[in-house]
Write a protein that binds this ligand. Sequence first.
Ligand SMILES: Nc1ncnc2c1ncn2[C@@H]1O[C@H](COP(=O)(O)OP(=O)(O)OP(=O)(O)O)[C@@H](O)[C@H]1O
Length: 292
Amino acid sequence: MLKVNNLDKWFGKKQVLHQISFEIKPGRVVGLIGANGAGKTTIMKTILGISSFTGDIRLNDQKITIDSHDALKDVGALIEYPGLYPYLTGREQLYLFTRGNDRRAKVDKVIEEMHLTTYADAKAKHYSLGMKQKLGIALALVNKPSLVILDEPMNGLDPKATRELRELILQKKAEGTSFLISSHILSELQKVADDVVIINHGHLVTSNTMSAVLARNESYLLLQTDQNNKVAQLLQQRGYQVAVEEDSVKVARDSIQDMTALLHAVLDQNIAIHDIHEQQDDLENSLLGIIE
Ligand SMILES: Nc1ncnc2c1ncn2[C@@H]1O[C@H](COP(=O)(O)OP(=O)(O)OP(=O)(O)O)[C@@H](O)[C@H]1O
């Protein structure tokens, strides 16, 4: 549904995006990941036609440019901080931005979906950061767009609201909505994203499925013994990939062919094993591996 091809962006003499290409398929949640200043917000702004660029961006085969926004009627977005009217209530602002028939019903539905009911009729100037964020997300969703672009949507949300947002994203996805979501909270992104676009200093590092990115993850065996340094040395001599960590010896699972032989190597030296368990790398480690 969205195709970004060879996107370049300059701010004056500084190039901040270099030949970025990726695609968002219908009903997929795409996580946009990168360090601070990598170019995530800039990518979102170019897709929304609010920042000039060179390259080609098409939504359902319709070209998006800085002066041609027709294709964007079916896109909802929250970029950076929501621009709210302090003297209007949440409900009034939603109503103001709602298009088409059944405006009132659409507003009521999104208020319920985003769990805004208790403060929907209070003026936005009284909202906390998290309440404003939730209203901003509701504004992005109210017209039932087929593509939703959310820049750091979990910002300011408490754990309950974060979980509710996650469930809502998954529900909308099941109904066919596509999402482009940037987040620093990688563990959250891991729970919702089907695909991942990783940006580093304005360059595309990878555009792949979440499962392919996670497949790079290594797992380890952590051994706690009464002589960790000696165990590490012993195992290293036998060809295992080993590191000593705080109170345990970390052995790469890939380097273990025969678990019995490993345990024998330790126990035969009369070294006591206090604990043994597996550890799986998470998205964060996997990404650090890719970005390095
Ligand atoms: N209006 C602007 N003028 C000049 N440079 C800008 C402007 N907006 C962004 N930049 C630069 O473009 C680069 C990308 O910024 P961008 O905000 O897209 O990064 P980001 O990945 O969203 O970062 P963060 O995670 O911190 O929000 C940065 O080097 C930033 O300094």
